[in-house]
Design a protein around this ligand. Structure first.
Ligand SMILES: *Cc1c(COP(=O)(O)O)cnc(C)c1O
Length: 376
């Protein structure tokens, strides 16, 4: 937790649950990533936290933006981003959204299928397009499954076709999965991209850009490799495969930029045991799966908790949310322990909760309001 967040929590005692996010930390994360990968241009993945305060700070740092919808494009423009600094990175776009983005001046689009490419040719003529490859997500705590990307062979055909359709076949992209803790996952993907670069060059298509996606991790319960290790791994692989002919490089970090900039302040609603001699206590918080902690599904993202009892003896717990839904359990199998003195009414701080929380909250499920947000 940053000193600014700690001060805000103790001075303001805001109603829980709420997110408190330190925008200065957003800036220092942006600078750390720029320093680790100075040759890559940063396109912040807006979906990780689309708050105006975050977008404005990043726009002021001349960040570019990766948007998933026209609504996110509008938010970037409202925060001061130029349309040329925005990539419409979702491979699944309604025709109307493509048209609106094009009318707003956006000229960089992702795709991974023939039908999407046809839509782009029709509604965003002559734009720069990049094809997303399907790559391994091993090592990622929040993998992206097979929903996105296409095979090398299909990507080759589609990039040839892009030129025939009057689009600018600009580059290739991949995403190694979110909260990726294995630096070598980028290296393997870069190798695949480089092969296709060569292959397409022989076919007369000169690609100019590699989009390495996001995935850079935030420390949660477990430590993660330093960002410089990712920078070294990526630059090593890029140089090995491309030599002096380095293409333009794009990265799309979301979690790394905002994750450890935010803390969710919550309250213990209840502590109970299923039987008198059961060692496991059930700790129910006023935020759960539906209040924004959606990434605890499958206990994938393991948040760290801080309480006023820290340093005192602990015991095993299951941790759950406040709704009447049986799926609203954060952790039951991940061996969490919390202080034995914890009781209802205590505040619990959920650390590194600045990414993928505010917008994952449901609207009034069980009557609970969406998560309050404070940007300091
Ligand atoms: C979600 C997403 C990102 C951001 O991923 P992080 O793991 O938060 O860095 C980047 N690019 C694309 C295409 C995405 O869908």
């Amino acid at each position: 937790m940053t000193p600014k967040i700690a001060r805000f929590l103790s001075e303001q005692q805001p109603a829980t649950p709420c997110l408190v996010l330190d925008v200065d930390r957003v800036e220092s994360n942006f600078r750390a990533l720029s320093a680790a990968l100075p040759l890559a241009r940063i396109y912040y993945a807006v979906k990780a936290n689309p708050a105006q305060a975050v977008l404005e700070r990043l726009a002021g740092l001349a960040s570019c933006f990766d948007a998933a919808s026209f609504e996110e494009i509008e938010a970037c423009l409202a925060a001061g981003a130029r349309p040329e600094a925005i990539s419409f990175g979702n491979t699944i776009k309604k025709a109307a959204a493509i048209r609106h983005a094009y009318e707003a001046g956006v000229r960089l689009f992702a795709f991974d299928s023939a039908e999407e490419l046809d839509k782009l040719a029709r509604f965003a003529p002559a734009s720069r397009v990049y094809c997303r490859l399907l790559v391994e997500n091993e090592g990622a705590d929040w993998p992206l499954s097979r929903k996105f990307g296409t095979s090398i062979e299909t990507a080759r055909d589609l990039m040839l076709r892009a030129g025939e359709l009057g689009l600018d076949p600009y580059g290739l992209s991949f995403h190694v999965g979110s909260q990726q803790t294995d630096t070598s996952s980028y290296q393997a993907a870069i190798g695949r991209v480089a092969m296709l670069f060569t292959d397409l060059k022989e076919a007369g298509v000169n690609l100019r850009m590699v989009n390495l996606g996001g995935g850079f991790p935030t420390p949660y319960r477990d430590a993660v490799p330093e960002i410089d290790r990712f920078g070294d791994a990526i630059m090593g692989a890029m140089t090995r495969h491309f030599g002096n002919a380095l293409p333009e490089m794009i990265i799309e970090p979301g979690r790394f930029i905002v994750g450890d900039a935010g803390v969710v302040s919550a309250e213990v609603v209840l502590v109970s045991r299923k039987a008198k001699d059961d060692p496991v206590r059930w700790v129910y918080l006023d935020i759960g799966r539906f209040g924004g902690l959606a990434e605890t599904e499958g206990e994938a993202i393991k948040y760290r908790f801080a309480t006023r009892h820290d340093g005192k003896p602990t015991g095993p717990v299951a941790i759950a949310g406040p709704t009447c839904d049986g799926a609203d359990i954060l952790y039951e199998r991940s061996n969490y322990r919390l202080p034995l003195g914890l009781e209802s009414g205590d505040r619990v701080e959920i650390l590194s909760a600045g990414a993928y929380v505010t917008t994952y909250a449901s609207q009034r499920f069980n009557g609970f309001l969406p998560l309050a947000e404070h940007y300091v």
